[in-house]
Design a protein around this ligand. Structure first.
Ligand code: DX5
Ligand code: ZN
Length: 218
């Protein structure tokens, strides 16, 4: 079982796609716990990224589990294909759907871990009914759509709020935070109760990516 305490999940959105295999090899060697894969549809967010072919291409070379973050409308249409493409976990946005429960069931039926995500303008209270029904929740600390944005500090209170609830209910649910994470704020997020930090530009644009991952965890 992988250790997801004070874990880092580099987002390949900021990787060099011309040398994607080299970037995955670097992550294989590194202390990264998961490889975060950002899927955008140009509708739920005003940007496009990548989908099944890229996941299928990295799956055989990646030695770390693929953490798939769907920023798409109608995730119910695609979650099973992402499971089949090799996802270790599949997450989608609560605000993108009417009822997340049947979609969570589709993912679970594939034996894949579930994650519910919210953007910064969605109250974390809306996650409470689902905390015992998902493996992870992902709190966005920037608005989904682009790498390289500035961390929203109010996220720290949201992490504490969800952590308190998870502790009170003695749930195994993991807390992931995504957006603007760097060496300066990583320890604050872990101390607030985050388990997994997604980091794109602060890893792939660092002079030494592997060292940046180590420094974030310390
Ligand atoms: C944003 C994505 C993030 C993004 C993070 O929509 O969900 O995963 O890649 O990039 P940084 O770490 O640069 O904010
Ligand atoms: Zn993401």
């Amino acid at each position: 079982m992988i250790d997801l305490h004070r874990a880092v999940a580099p987002s390949i959105l900021s990787a060099d796609f011309g040398h994607l295999a080299d970037e995955i090899e670097m992550l294989n060697r590194s202390e990264a716990s998961l490889i975060h894969c950002d899927v955008m549809d140009g509708v739920f967010v005003p940007n496009l990224s990548f989908g099944f072919p890229v996941l299928e291409a990295i799956r055989p070379i990646a030695k770390k589990p693929l953490d798939v973050h769907l920023m798409i409308t109608h995730p119910e249409r695609y979650v099973e294909r992402f499971c089949d493409a090799g996802a270790w976990s599949v997450g989608f946005h609560l605000e993108a759907v009417d009822d997340p429960l049947p979609i969570l069931e589709l993912i679970e039926a594939k034996g894949v871990r579930t994650c519910l995500t919210i953007n910064p303008d969605i109250s974390p209270e809306r996650l409470l009914p689902y905390l015992d029904k998902v493996n992870m929740v992902l709190l966005m600390s920037v608005f989904a759509g682009f790498g390289g944005q500035k961390f929203i500090p109010e996220t720290l209170d949201k992490v504490r709020y969800i952590r308190t609830e998870i502790t009170k209910r003695q749930l195994p649910t993991l807390i992931e935070v995504d957006g603007g994470v760097n060496i300066a704020n990583a320890h604050l997020l872990y101390d607030a109760g985050a388990d997994i930090l997604v980091a794109g530009s602060s890893v792939f644009h660092a002079a030494q990516a592997e060292q940046a991952i180590i420094d974030m965890k310390r």
